[in-house]
Design a protein around this ligand. Structure first.
Ligand SMILES: Cc1cc2nc3c(=O)[nH]c(=O)nc-3n(C[C@H](O)[C@H](O)[C@H](O)COP(=O)(O)OP(=O)(O)OC[C@H]3O[C@@H](n4cnc5c(N)ncnc54)[C@H](O)[C@@H]3O)c2cc1C
Ligand code: FES
Length: 256
């Protein structure tokens, strides 16, 4: 159930100059969160950052009433969220949006770039529970931007591409050699930049592999009220915040 809840800053773990894990805790119980759900986070003490910021839930620890976000600094809001003192109150609305579907697959490929890796720990936990083999493929411009490979490595095989060749194979994610064996996968999940997801969806479509993507459109309300996040689908315009963020790639009216 959607809830507006006060949390407090528990701890930070900085992963590089611009990426960090922020863990918040609450005195109250945590609502169940599904893989792909996000939260609208109010940025405390920054009146100029008026709107809440949509951030995927990276992990949730129900026993310890804590919730973790992987955040990449993009502007004022995400910078400020990385500078709060321990114990600062952070108000969030969560869990929002739909979730990835996990059923019937045997061998899945998870493709992520940038902050798009954030929803994949919860997803991979779910896949593991169902004995579904998971391979991760993460892309970035350079080595420093590749993070959390050890954490993901506990949940599946991790492959990496960097555009400058400083880690893994050189090039874009869709140029990775894993795509030579694409027909061994029966499902693809992707989250990251639109061009990356479109390229992944194209390969999935050409090979008739079911593919789900999680869109990161600009959002204001996060609850279907302002219509600023609308995306065109084969069945008309849909709100990414309430009908998504996860869509089957076949549903999206993408020019690919
Ligand atoms: C459903 C959803 C889940 C998301 N999950 C995560 C996550 O787990 N971790 C994470 O780091 N980020 C995530 N994002 C992106 C994050 O919401 C934006 O980076 C953030 O709102 C930027 O706020 P800001 O105040 O720091 O920057 P702003 O000053 O608002 O913007 C800085 C720059 O980022 C661009 N920007 C703003 N919002 C977005 C957006 N939604 N997508 C792409 N570019 C944007 C602006 O155009 C501008 O160029 C998610 C977005 C959505 C919609
Ligand atoms: S963000 Fe307001 S309707 Fe989606």
């Amino acid at each position: 159930m959607k809830k507006i809840q006060d949390f407090r800053v528990k701890e930070y773990r900085w992963l590089n100059e611009t990426g960090y894990l922020l863990t918040l805790y609450s005195d109250l119980k945590i609502e169940p969160v599904l893989p792909g759900n996000f939260a609208e986070i109010q940025v405390p003490g920054t009146p100029e950052v008026f709107l809440r910021r949509p951030i995927s839930v990276f992990d949730a620890d129900y026993e310890n009433r804590s919730i973790t976000f992987y955040i990449k600094v993009a502007g004022k809001g995400t910078k400020k969220l990385g500078e709060l003192n321990q114990g600062t109150i952070v108000n969030i609305i969560y869990p929002l949006g739909n979730s990835f579907t996990v059923n019937g697959s045997k061998n899945v490929l998870v493709v992520g770039g940038g902050s798009g890796i954030a929803p994949f720990v919860l997803l991979a936990d779910e896949l593991k529970k169902k004995n579904i083999k998971t391979t991760f493929l993460f892309g970035a411009r350079t080595k420093k931007e590749i993070v959390l490979t050890r954490e993901f490595g506990r949940l599946g095989k991790v492959w990496v591409t960097t555009e400058d060749g400083s880690l893994g194979e050189q090039g874009l994610v869709t140029q990775h050699t894993v795509f030579k064996d694409i027909l061994t996968f029966d499902k693809i999940y992707s989250c990251g930049s639109d061009p990356m997801m479109k390229a992944v969806a194209k390969i999935a479509g050409e090979n008739r592999i079911d593919c789900e993507v999680s869109l990161e459109n600009m959002m204001a309300c996060g609850i279907g009220a302002c219509l600023c996040c609308v995306t065109e689908t084969t069945s008309g315009n849909k709100c990414v915040c309430t009908d998504g963020p996860v869509f089957n790639s076949k549903e999206l009216a993408w020019q690919i």
